[in-house]
Design a binder for this molecule. Structure first.
Ligand code: NAD
Length: 626
């Protein structure tokens, strides 16, 4: 197995911990894997990483072998592996740009950066020569110009990137698009340490929210004595760090806190602390009966090793992305490993999605979404789809907080699969999405799906009363879909493209709708839970889960006119809030017809068993199209 070839930019304390770790874990002894988040990612263990190039600007590091440079001043990270093999890598001079803060001059040599008197190398050229596959960016906070210079070099040399710095590259749409266009994966921005102040503060913030305690005020003050903290004494360089840390915590709240109630940031440089970072977190809230509650926490860590294990994961994820041909931001690893990813998620959700990313078969993901045959897109079919994505999905992942549309099916979330199928089957490029449960997270998820798939038209609709029934969520789309026919799909039903093509082959009755139905009861895994339909010719007679006898099953996909909303309004006037109640109302006026799609595969992904069946189907389909 060949190793992952890595280039390091900034041979400071974090680089020191990373390089030491690559040897430390090379014992082959399983018990020595303590301290790692994953032993294996893809085909790679923690030490299947080889540094092939390193760049810095400090005269005590440039020109030195990497294994010496990592111990040179002003580095002060813990030495947990002093004897390192000869790397054969000499630290090369990079362009200084905005890497060095002016105030460094006022501090002793032992504590501050000192620029080497050397000409910088051409970074893209050096990357190409080294054969690097992944670049790890460890530049000082505030080095906007320098980070962008190295990001551009990655694009020029075709190298993936792990951006550990709070300079927004992965989370900047323009830069993210550049990586996507170049076909290069990136994970960013601003590494989230293993158990650091950010993740602890995020978890506590969620805890307050989940337990119904309102958080009124909070701060996180951090002190340290390494060059990272010295550099951050300059307030102008600190802006993005503060923003990154504050947003990271704020993202865990349903209603973000305002500037005057949240204060998070590096707070002082205490030279004798060296690489020991101490975080003081205070949280003031109100619990039951509006009674005050306070929490004070002190966290003391060695700053640099605390992030190195996370970087060892991120490097391997970029390599997995390279192998799969993934382009642009790797969202799940970015959300899990970084403070400022493009899409913020709860850490539990990010962890589930990241596990799915790691576990997914090493297949070219786009091969899965691409049409298996040239799409025969009907010219007169619906041009817009309404996706109902408001529900909780408690049966699917009991006890877990992952909203249904985000649940991965063989590495691709359910919501994304539904969109991919509708695009493939009907060429639909406009989507109206009804959200409710975990509204912010679900909306930001769909926005990122739209972004990476080049979908321009995404409209969110919703109502606070979504939990009354899916008919309430559907009715919330009435304003957005008043004038045209549309395809309606549940976000948790998977189906093959042929099913929707069969459904839309003939238009629904005027002011009515047509439901795709399946007459093969043998093929339905959960007969108790399926929505059952009796037929009156081609019309729906009755529709309910409790019918006995019944003729056909509701597949969760329908072709509707705006007349659907009249049926829903009438049903809700009778205090019946399900989508099926609206259909029943239309059926009573003869306005609900069916289209027989028997023989086309579909599945209501509502339970862990159904999830496994869906994964098996997707894999089988992939094998067939391979
Ligand atoms: N737990 C953590 O340590 C942690 C967590 C999150 C983010 N980060 C971020 O990671 C980055 C690295 O942290 P660190 O502790 O290793 O910092 P550091 O100060 O120890 O190292 C920075 C290195 O960059 C070099 N450098 C400066 N300008 C350069 C340029 N133009 N080209 C090449 N090299 C240049 C310096 O000489 C130094 O060796 C920082 O931005 C930090 O905020 C660290």
């Amino acid at each position: 197995m060949s190793k992952i070839k890595v280039a390091i930019v900034g041979v400071g304390n974090c680089a020191s911990s990373l390089v030491q770790g690559l040897t430390y874990y090379r014992t082959g002894d399983e018990s020595a894997y303590a301290g790692l988040m994953h032993q294996q990612i893809g085909a790679w263990g923690p030490t299947d990483i080889e540094v092939v190039a390193a760049f810095d600007i400090d005269r005590r590091k440039v020109g030195q072998p990497l294994e010496s440079a990592i111990f040179a001043r002003p580095n002060c990270a813990a030495v947990f592996r002093s004897s390192l093999p000869i790397s054969g890598v000499t630290v090369q001079m990079g362009p200084v740009l905005d890497g060095i803060a002016d105030h460094m001059d006022e501090y002793p040599d032992d504590e501050a950066f000192r620029v080497a008197d050397e000409a910088p190398v051409d970074i893209a050229e050096a990357l190409r020569e080294s054969g690097a596959e992944v670049l790890v960016c460890y530049l000082p906070v505030g080095s906007d110009g320098a980070v962008k210079h190295y990001a551009q070099a990655c694009l020029d040399a075709g190298v993936g990137m792990v951006n550990c710095v709070p300079v927004f590259i992965a989370s900047d749409p323009e830069w993210a698009q550049k990586f996507e266009a170049a076909g290069i994966p990136i994970i960013g921005d601003d590494i989230k340490s293993q158990v650091g102040a950010t993740i602890v503060h995020r978890q506590l913030t969620r805890l307050f929210g989940d337990r119904g305690v309102s958080l009124d005020r909070t701060y996180q003050l951090n002190t340290g004595g390494n060059t990272d903290f010295l550099n951050m004494l300059q307030q102008t360089r600190l802006k993005s760090k503060k923003k990154s840390k504050t947003q990271s915590v704020n993202s865990q709240l349903d209603v973000p806190m305002t500037r005057d109630t949240i204060h998070i940031g590096p707070s002082d440089y205490v030279p004798w602390q060296k690489d020991n970072k101490v975080a003081f977190i205070r949280m003031e809230g109100r619990g039951f009966g509006n009674v005050p509650l306070e929490l004070e926490l002190r966290l003391s860590v060695q700053d640099s090793p605390n992030s190195a294990g996370v970087v060892i994961d991120a490097i391997r994820c970029v390599k997995v992305g390279l192998e799969r041909g993934s382009a642009g931001v790797l969202e799940a690893p970015s959300a899990y490993y970084m403070k400022s990813p493009p899409v913020q998620m709860r850490d539990s959700v990010a962890r589930d999605l990241n596990e799915a990313f790691i576990a997914a078969d090493a297949v070219e993901r786009r091969a899965d979404t691409a049409p298996a045959f040239p799409a025969r897109i009907p010219a007169d079919g619906p041009k817009v789809a309404l996706i109902l994505a408001a529900g909780e999905g408690s049966r699917l992942f009991p006890g877990a907080s992952l909203p249904k549309p985000l649940v991965p099916v063989d590495g691709m979330p359910l919501g994304e699969r539904v969109i991919a199928t509708l695009r493939e089957a009907l060429g639909i490029e406009r989507f109206v999405i009804a959200t409710g449960h975990e509204e912010d997270m679900v909306q930001s998820f769909f926005r990122s799906v739209a972004k990476r798939n080049g979908i321009d038209s995404l409209t969110f609709v919703g109502t606070d009363a979504w939990h009354q029934g899916n008919g309430v969520s559907a009715l919330a789309a009435a304003g957005a879909l008043a004038d045209e026919n549309f395809l309606l799909s549940m976000c948790d039903h998977l189906y093959e493209p042929g099913l929707v093509r069969a459904l839309t082959a003939s238009p629904p009755p005027e002011r009515g709708m047509t439901l795709a139905v399946d007459g093969n009861k043998e093929s339905i895994p959960d007969l108790d839970d399926v929505m059952k339909v009796t037929l009156d010719g081609e019309r729906i007679g009755k529709i309910s889960k409790s019918l006995d006898p019944w003729d056909v099953a509701d597949t969760g996909v329908m072709y509707c006119t705006p007349g659907l909303f009249e049926g829903l309004r009438a049903a809700q006037a009778d205090e019946r809030y399900g989508l099926a109640d609206g259909l029943a109302h239309l059926a009573s006026s003869g306005l609900a017809t069916v289209s027989d799609v028997t023989g086309h595969w579909w599945l209501d992904v509502d339970t862990p068993t159904a999830l496994r069946q869906a994964e098996a189907h997707v894999r089988q389909r992939l094998r067939k199209s391979a």
